[in-house]
Design a protein around this ligand. Structure first.
Ligand code: LLP
Length: 402
């Protein structure tokens, strides 16, 4: 049975996001099975879709969480992910976040600079605890993806080079408050080529061996996230080949593999459903205006990203148009120069591959409430986030009106 968008629109209004939880289950199982030859932890990159029900669903399958703020850490804990399955990453952790992460006893902190390591050590000393450290290595490998989501080159702000990482591990070893626990690399997102991943993991696996010679034994090798999905006609990395390539680099190492997929797990579970308000022609140009906008789903506006779009009517008369939202920006579009059928007021439009980096990147721009989120599981639907009301949007300002 497939999702009945019309029924959901009648019940919950539009726009809304709907996520197919069974699809998420399958993606998780596929990846977990691919790594079955080793101990592995799939730490879901919460930033991709941080709805509590989505995280809880992944938690129920055994997933851990890769978090980039203490807020994400708390989301993971809230739905029952054990602290020992939670990783805290990010180039700019705030002191209070480091303190809380240490107090919560999460698995490890992915440290991204020498300066950060000093902060973590100082805070760990103040708390009289030992901080489990993983260092994010920037392997200087071109992942061949969109520059905005490329992270593994020295020109990007992420991680540290190999020599710095080595020094930092030695510092951890010599500190009473730091414990070298893991190593991390993540070269980018929406990756469709295996070779750059293999090369970067090879680099960190070699460093693990090097460190072992210095009597620094790491327990976790975190190969990052980044597995691409099909938005259009991308050729994907085969999950088994991906796991195999990674496993081959680990020859002789007794170490647990961690990976941090976000998009792969949830991207194609989601659909954004919006409805047609009006059509108009400006000069030669046809515009279809819908009730969803860039504040709800910003990827086309921000990255010129492609999302497959379908108008859910039977009209066979297609013509070129721009599909746009009501927000006061020319950048408020879902697609430009796309062939769509003639539409009528209230026709539904489905925007696919909207499970990752869509709701999480939404805003209240133009005082538009964030839309409803719905889960679809075993043939049943349930609301997992209410549509925001005007009162929700102004709640934190109201009391200050003079
Ligand atoms: N680990 C780290 C350290 C990351 O920075 C990211 C994503 C992931 C894991 C998960 O990557 P994934 O498996 O989802 O590719 N907003 C952009 C994507 C930004 C990705 C940021 N980092 C988009 O809409 O395409």
């Amino acid at each position: 049975m497939s999702i009945n968008f019309k029924e959901l629109a009648d019940k919950y209004q539009t726009p809304y996001y709907v996520y197919d939880f069974d699809y998420i289950t399958n993606q998780y199982q596929e990846l977990k099975t691919a790594f079955k030859a080793r101990k592995s932890l799939i730490a879901y990159a919460v930033k991709a879709n941080s709805n509590l029900s989505v995280i809880k669903h992944l938690a129920s399958l055994g997933a851990g969480a890769d978090c980039v703020s203490i807020g994400e850490v708390k989301r993971a804990l809230k739905v029952g992910i054990a602290p020992y399955k939670i990783i805290f990453s990010g180039v700019g952790k705030i002191d209070s976040e480091i303190k809380e992460a240490l107090e919560l006893g999460i698995l490890m902190i992915n440290v991204e600079s020498d300066a950060e390591l000093q902060r973590v050590e100082t805070i760990a000393k103040e708390l009289d605890v030992v901080a489990r450290i993983s260092i994010r290595v920037n392997p200087n490998i071109d992942p061949k993806t969109h520059p905005y989501i490329s992270t593994g080159l020295h020109e990007n702000k992420f991680g540290v080079d190999i020599d710095t990482a080595k020094r930092m591990y030695i510092q951890c070893k010599n500190s009473d408050n730091l414990e070298p626990t893991g190593i991390h690399c993540h070269i980018g997102s929406q990756l469709t080529e295996l070779q750059p991943i293999k090369e970067s993991v090879q680099i960190i696996a070699d460093l693990v061996r090097n460190l072992s010679a210095l009597k620094i034994e790491l327990s976790f090798i975190d190969v990052g996230g980044g597995l691409g999905i099909i938005y259009d006609d991308e050729k994907l990395i085969d999950t088994n080949e991906y796991a195999q390539a990674i496993l081959e680099t680990m020859f002789g190492l007794d170490i647990t593999i961690v990976c941090e997929p976000g998009r792969f797990l949830v991207g194609n579970s989601g659909t954004f459903v919006t409805k047609v308000l009006y059509e108009k022609i400006n000069g030669e140009k046809r515009f279809v205006i819908v009730d969803g906008a860039m504040n709800d789903l910003i990827r086309p506006a921000l990255y010129n990203a492609y999302h497959k779009i379908e108008v859910l009517n039977d009209n066979k008369e297609f013509s070129d148009c721009n599909l746009v939202g009501p927000v006061c920006e020319s950048g408020d579009f879902f697609a430009k120069n796309i062939e769509l059928p003639q539409t009528q007021h209230n026709d539904l439009v489905a925007i696919y591959s909207a499970g990752a980096y869509c709701f999480t990147m939404a805003s209240n721009y133009n005082t538009r409430g964030k839309v409803a989120e719905i889960a679809y599981e075993n043939g049943e639907y349930r609301l997992i986030r209410k549509r925001e009301t005007f009162e929700d949007i102004i709640a934190l300002e109201e009391e200050f009106i003079k």
